[in-house]
Design a protein around this ligand. Structure first.
Ligand code: R1P
Ligand code: URA
Length: 290
């Protein structure tokens, strides 16, 4: 029996676009670039040879166009894993649910999702300006724990080693460890990118060990993270979306990965706020390789 998705579960606007993204199924390309900042969408699309459509609602701005013969959709997610839950579920619905019948499509479409973001570097060899491709992501955000099948797609041995090393506080949600799509990673992450393990946090300050006026629950968190090693892996960077993206994509059968430019190095205590031009180098690489 085919699953039917009721009006409250799959919200479709009157113009047949999906609730938050305001996109229609035919406006979505198979190759999708996700960026946090809505302003980064125009920068990516400035490389397109042809623009097909531009749609905007809330923090979600989308342009679909063609880059050297490849049809690509670029879309902003805003900040945080909560938005990734919305974006990836709505992209999957656009690709794999028939909006007229509200049933799953007979032939499923696989999307290729690449996030281009900014991040904080955690190691001496990840200075400001480094491009880091997330081979694995550790979700501090808890999102994947709400979905069935989480244990089938996560690296449970890595989770066990990490929670033991961190002396994990049971008041926090369980961290989950998820791999990027291996084939996609090989396409995108050439020698000009460091492959690493990324922690995706549910916040920019406390969850990433930034202490302003309020003391942190664990003042040693970042030192423990920086010294963690498991099977040759060490943790390279903090951002806020890669784990939710890799995890949901894996459960849905899409290919996904994240690459970010380091704009702050937490060890050297330096930051670059003038990064908007230099991230163009990362965008050009992804457009060539996707
Ligand atoms: C925080 O400043 C934001 O920057 C990073 C984080 O993941 C978070 O979204 O990525 P973006 O530059 O893609 O937004
Ligand atoms: N984005 C983050 O989430 N953290 C940083 O330190 C920099 C960018």
């Amino acid at each position: 029996m085919k699953k039917y998705f009721a009006e409250s579960e799959l919200i479709i606007n009157q113009d047949r676009s999906i609730f938050h993204l305001h996109l229609k199924p035919e406006q979505l390309a198979d190759r999708v670039i996700l960026v946090g900042d809505p302003g980064r969408v125009a920068l990516v699309a400035s490389h397109f040879d042809k623009k097909e459509c531009e749609v905007s609602n809330r923090e979600f701005t989308t342009i679909t166009g063609v880059y050297r013969g490849k049809r690509i959709t670029v879309l902003s997610t805003g900040i945080g894993c909560d938005n990734i839950d919305i974006v990836v579920n709505e992209l999957d619905a656009l690709a794999n649910i028939d909006f007229r019948t509200r049933e799953e499509c007979k032939l499923l479409r696989q999307l290729t999702l690449v996030r281009i973001g900014t991040c904080g570097g955690l190691q001496p060899d990840t200075p400001v300006g480094t491009f880091i491709a997330s081979e694995k992501s550790i979700g501090f955000d808890g999102l994947l724990n709400f979905y069935a099948g989480r244990n089938d797609v996560c690296d449970l041995a890595f989770e066990e080693a990490f929670t033991r090393h961190m002396n994990w506080n049971q008041q926090l949600c369980a961290p989950y460890v998820i791999d990027a799509d291996a084939e996609l990673l090989d396409c995108i992450a050439s020698i000009d990118m460091v492959r690493g393990v990324t922690i995706a946090c549910g916040g920019f300050f406390g969850p990433q060990g930034r202490e302003l006026r309020i003391p942190l629950a664990d003042s040693q968190q970042n030192e423990k993270i920086e010294s963690f090693e498991y099977n040759g892996y060490r943790i390279t960077n903090f951002e806020m979306e890669s784990s939710a993206l890799a995890g949901l994509a894996r459960l849905m059968g899409h290919k996904a990965m994240t690459c970010c430019m380091v704009i702050a190095n937490r060890l050297a205590k330096g930051a670059n706020t003038n990064y908007k031009n230099s991230i163009n180098g990362l965008i050009e690489r992804v457009l060539e390789r996707i």
